[in-house]
Design a protein around this ligand. Sequence first.
Ligand SMILES: *Cc1c(COP(=O)(O)O)cnc(C)c1O
Length: 446
Amino acid sequence: MNLIEHDKNFIWHPFTQQKNMQPPIAIKNAKGSLLFDENDKEYIDAISSWWVNVHGHAHPYIAEKIYQQALQLEHIIFAGFTHEPAVKLAERLIKILPGNFSKIFFSDDGSTSTEVAIKMAVQYWWNERGSMVNNQWSMENRESSNRKQRTENRKLETGNQNKIIAFNNSYHGDTFGSMSVSDRSVFTLAFHDLLFEVIFIDVPTEENISSTKKIIDEHANEIAAFIYEPLVQGAGGMKMYSSVLMDELLLFVQQKNIICIADEVMTGFGRTGKMFASEYMQTKPDIICLSKGITGGTMALGVTACSEKIYSAFVSDDAKKTFFHGHSFTANPLACTAANASLDLFEQENSLQKVNFISEQNIAFAQQLRQLSGIKNVRVLGTILAFEIAQGNDEYLNNISTIITKKSLEKGVYIRPLGNTVYIMPPYCISESELKKVYAVILELV
Ligand SMILES: *Cc1c(COP(=O)(O)O)cnc(C)c1O
């Protein structure tokens, strides 16, 4: 069977303009940092397979654990039931998460983890403030066909504290809620009328921090939560910002009694040099979102952890204060097992030490890149190194991306720039010689 031809006949690929698309590469197997195609040509996976891979592909330890778990229990409804992989994982996460977290809520992926976080934050205020009027909700709202009246009732229900603040240039996922709190961009153009209103602020700089605080202060009474990607805005172009200023901003936001939601879907599990990027700040989030690297990049799993304060607002004799959210595959035992195995490997393989090594190499390579003309904004945080090619506009649709991907693949390295933003984010198992090859190929291309 010609795989590529059959793919063309039956498959619609994500984030891909199907017209004139480069034929996809059929990957047969992978090992460590290496991908092997149908013809056994090898490629170094320099972006960890869309930022998910941690310990290398097809790691035998994780594979064995998933296999053994699949023989025991592959899935069970998570309402009214529980299982050891989920309980173990929750307990381990609570121990290592940066902040005072008390409960773990499972979902499916990064988008659902942020979706859950937003719903938790909004309903927190509804449960807390709206409780007096909530009881009238069912009768009044159902009987009222009057749209205006319904809107008024809704304001009462939420106590009006339901707005979200997010950063310009942010990305929190592709479902409607997570799109709403993401920057309005080419990704969301078709949906702008349907996305809920969000207060967008810039990532903190010396120049803007006081005016940003003013904006937050003016709206403080109506804001439910602040969602942010700590220190690196991933899909927005690997933009990095100061931990010191972020700390100042977070402290201010928390003093205003606004719930802080750290979206660590990309930054979690060692990516930025520490286990979680929030560790770089003193002020810790109230809610944290995890996915991508959580299973070592083997299976889909989302986690939203929250503090006791948030959780306790949902514990009530009033059934309406229940968190009515869940997914068919919530806390899937295979995914939880993979996550536990990945955490084992962090200890067994000293993964953070490897992260440290990559980080040092990146810093040295960045120095070299800064000498070159034609590129700008060279930056590093942990395993992430990024820069812009000074050609065309600084935007996602800059098609230099496609050219660079194609050329790097020919040379046996897989990178996938975001427009003219070239970045690497390798698995932590990448060897010194593989990393040197990635650097060499980048030097040849820029
Ligand atoms: C990738 C990403 C998401 C969305 O995760 P999916 O698993 O792709 O739905 C959300 N937030 C951040 C910061 C991400 O990088």
